[in-house]
Design a protein around this ligand. Structure first.
Ligand code: AMP
Ligand code: GLY
Length: 423
């Protein structure tokens, strides 16, 4: 079959790498793709947030299946336009994508089914929000309701910080995302991400991961999109997984279906776990980046069969086959990220890695200029490996990171520290 993947980061490189290994995949196109993806697929220049344009492209190229990587096209209704055009697509409708696009929407779904999550208040004016903060006291969490590129969450240790965050949000710091604000209790425990494929009614778990958002060693400094990830997350044991499914995922999916917004695609379940009790922090409606890279490393080619089953409503027939292994991804970023960084520096040493299925250097922000690979983003490469233990996966991933000749880049040397401390 002919397959089109939308997106151009490390997440989409890992999806393309896994999908390409499946014998069902004849032609693989990625839009827009990047320099690494160009090595395994055709790259197409396409406005991936324009559903009409994507549908025309898919029909012209006899595409049988479209996989949507990032959230922006989903929120823009690209999956709806493709389904209207009769094209099979993996990814939720714009209505169902509100599970990521509106924190208030998700809170209401949780409240309707009693799914465990932080107690909260929802506000459209600053004075009421501040009164709530003064009543509840600190620590407390202030969130812009809409998408704010991962920056609309302030975990306030004291009341003054929380009150200032309210002023910033209603003052327009996060644009439209901040015209509604959620204020919620601080959850204690350990965070983990849990990934579940959904076909509208059935939920199929495909693994867990933990990422490292802060830029600096020891989880210090400003937050990024993620400086590394590993899978599985030790805290997601069988009991926690069962509770996350039975108390959160299954009832929320049923409520979505009841509202006529059945969710199809991958649900990224962000959890806080304390004493083996998971509580929902947030849903995302797409794979995490770099969490996807470690999941694809472990799942391989079967992900295409599972995504097809999700899109066709056949997930109840499927199961994910797990090797009892571990994977780690180390992000190489441009110096200065997440602040200002320069683009265009040349990266060498990428030809050195054999494609063994045990390790893969996924490209996140690269392009090819005059036969050379250059950095064109903040997060640029993902040195990703698997092993029979997390230590083995880490050794392989860091050997790759060290072998890459890119003086203008940097990476954290302590990815996985929390999980490794437990061994
Ligand atoms: P979100 O964008 O909702 O994922 O929030 C970003 C990060 O803020 C999460 O990954 C958590 O580390 C933290 N966070 C958000 N909400 C809470 C909460 N209620 N309690 C504790 N930490 C939170
Ligand atoms: N790595 C976090 C995310 O993709 O949202």
């Amino acid at each position: 079959m002919n397959i089109l993947i939308l997106g151009g980061g490390g997440r989409e490189h890992s999806l393309a790498w896994a999908v390409k290994q499946n014998p069902k995949c004849d032609r693989l196109i990625v839009a827009p793709g990047n320099a690494g993806i160009a090595g395994i697929a055709e790259c197409a220049d396409l406005d991936i947030e324009d559903g009409g344009a994507v549908a025309v492209f898919a029909l012209e190229n006899a595409v049988d299946f479209v996989i949507v990587g990032p959230e922006a096209p989903l929120m823009a209704g690209v999956a709806d336009r493709l389904r209207d055009a009769g094209i099979l697509v993996f990814g939720p409708s714009a209505a169902a994508a509100q599970l990521e696009g509106s924190k208030r929407f998700t809170k209401e779904i949780c409240a309707a089914v009693g799914a465990p999550t932080a107690a909260y208040g929802h506000f459209t004016d600053a004075e009421a929000a501040k009164t709530y903060i003064r009543t509840q006291g600190a620590p407390i969490v202030v969130k812009a309701d809409g998408l704010a590129a991962g920056k609309g969450v302030i975990v306030a240790r004291d009341e003054a910080t929380a009150l200032a965050a309210v002023d910033d949000m209603f003052g327009g710091e996060f644009g439209k995302a901040g015209t509604e604000v959620i204020i919620e209790a601080l959850l204690q425990g350990e965070e983990a991400s849990f990934f579940v494929l959904c076909d509208g009614t059935t939920a199929l778990p495909i693994g867990s991961a933990q990422d490292h958002k802060p830029v600096g060693e020891g989880d210090t400094g400003p937050n990024t999109g993620g400086m590394g990830a590993y899978s599985p997350a030790p805290v997601m044991n069988a009991e926690v997984t069962d509770k996350a499914l039975s108390q959160i995922v299954t009832p929320c999916l049923a409520e979505m279906a009841r509202r006529g917004m059945a969710f199809q695609g991958v649900l990224f379940v962000g959890l806080m776990i304390e004493d083996e009790q998971p509580r929902l922090i947030e849903f995302n409606v797409r794979f995490g980046d770099p969490e996807c890279q470690v999941l694809m490393m472990r799942l391989g080619a079967q992900i295409l069969d599972l995504m097809l089953a999700a899109a066709e409503g056949r997930l109840s027939e499927m199961r994910a086959n797990w090797a009892d292994d571990h994977a780690m991804s180390v992000v190489l970023a441009a110096r200065g990220y997440p602040g200002n960084y320069i683009k265009g520096s040349v990266i060498k040493g990428l030809d050195a890695f054999p494609d063994t299925g045990m390790e893969m250097c996924f490209h996140a922000g690269t392009s090819e200029v005059g036969g050379q690979i250059v950095a064109n983003g903040g997060r640029v490469l993902n040195a990703t490996a698997r092993g029979s233990t997390l230590v083995e996966a880490r050794t392989r991933a860091y050997a790759m990171a060290e072998a890459i000749d890119w003086p203008e880049g940097f990476y954290r040397s302590d990815i996985g520290w929390r999980a490794l401390k437990q061994d």
